[in-house]
Design a protein around this ligand. Structure first.
Ligand code: SF4
Ligand code: MG
Length: 335
């Protein structure tokens, strides 16, 4: 499969009155056509900032590193050139479609407008494209609903409209930032299935940003787990779920609801709060929340507090498994 997006050593920093916030501090990943990368982390982990940097929407931030789309370097491009890439070759959908849709225009006008700007198409062609797109995203009676307004659609249907709008320009890459977080579980599954189907039909590369490993399990081929602006763990999805090596990944997995939990089981979460991006601790940023280092020897614990763990390879090179932990978990039977 063709390499679509390559991000290398991306750093995004913001100057604030209280100091420099290193929102993203050196992450690398690649997305192939027809594949989905799951970008996972809590809020403040840097996952959304990463995607905004890829879109060139990182106003006021200092961005270093490399972002290449089809081999073309995007960092350093001017606003006009970036505008051509954004929306045309990379499209984005967000958690809350209502805030991205204009209440006073019909959904058809909004899908068509996007398309007409990028393809210099006329009104009639724009409307035809809008109907075609509504049909593709599974909205019944598209020829009628094209003239309706956003408030006439349910939350799930509005997210379908957003997907239609994003895909009207036939992008190569779709960045989906928590696209199903606001939806109930059934609708969530339908939207994820829709994205997966369209991805197969179009050979689209997808970056799925989420705090929910359950979403990742459903759609992702590769996974990047972010913590405090850095990569905690990266691996093909199958391997990550079979052999999570980083205690943070393990914590996220343990906090997933399970079928055998029963209805009134409490939701588990990883105790503690995300690290400061203003004044990161010298050692591992997960240390204050890490049960593994607490249980380790005094010597190992001291190392976790003093030395930042590098992102090291686990297992054979072909496994494509990386983790930033001095004491990675390695389950039996997995090399
Ligand atoms: Fe926990 Fe130490 Fe690994 Fe950090 S390096 S995740 S503190 S065991
Ligand atoms: Mg976010």
């Amino acid at each position: 499969m063709a390499l679509l997006l390559e991000v290398e050593d991306l750093k995004v920093a913001f100057d604030t009155p209280r100091g420099t916030v290193r929102a993203v501090d050196g992450i690398s990943f690649a997305v192939e056509a027809g594949r989905t990368l799951g970008l996972v982390g809590e809020s403040g982990s840097g996952k959304s900032v990463t995607s905004l940097a890829v879109m060139g929407l990182h106003h006021g931030a200092t961005v270093t590193g490399s972002i290449r789309l089809h081999g073309q370097e995007l960092t350093g491009l001017g606003e006009r050139e970036l505008g051509a890439v954004r929306g045309r070759r990379i499209a984005m959908i967000f958690q809350d479609p209502l805030s991205s849709l204009h209440p006073f225009y019909t959904v058809g006008e909004q899908i068509a407008e996007h398309y007409r700007v990028h393809f210099r198409a006329g009104r009639k062609a724009g409307r035809a494209k809008a109907i075609e797109m509504l049909a593709e995203v599974g909205i019944p009676e598209p020829a009628r609903r094209v003239d309706e307004y956003p408030h006439q659609f349910s939350g799930g249907m509005r997210q379908r409209v957003m997907i239609a709008m994003a895909l009207a320009c036939e992008p190569d890459l779709l960045i989906a930032d928590e696209p199903t977080t606001a939806l109930d579980v059934t609708v969530q599954a339908q939207i994820l299935d829709l994205i997966a189907r369209i991805q197969q039909d179009r050979g689209l590369g997808v970056v799925m940003i989420t705090h929910d490993l359950g979403v990742v399990a459903r759609v992702a081929h590769e996974v990047l787990v972010m913590y405090g602006g850095r990569a905690a763990e990266q691996a093909p999805a199958e391997r990550l779920f079979a052999a999570p090596a980083h205690p943070y990944t393990r914590g996220l997995l343990d906090s997933l609801p399970r079928l055998d939990d029963g209805d009134d089981a409490p939701l588990r979460a990883i105790p503690g709060s995300p690290p400061s991006l203003l004044a990161p601790a010298p050692g591992c940023s997960f240390a204050p929340r890490c049960a593994r280092t607490t249980a380790a020897s005094a010597e190992e614990h001291a190392r976790c507090l003093a030395e930042r763990p590098p992102l090291d390879r686990l297992g054979p090179p072909t496994a494509g498994h990386l983790a930033a932990c001095h004491l990675p978990l390695v389950p039996e039977g997995i090399v």
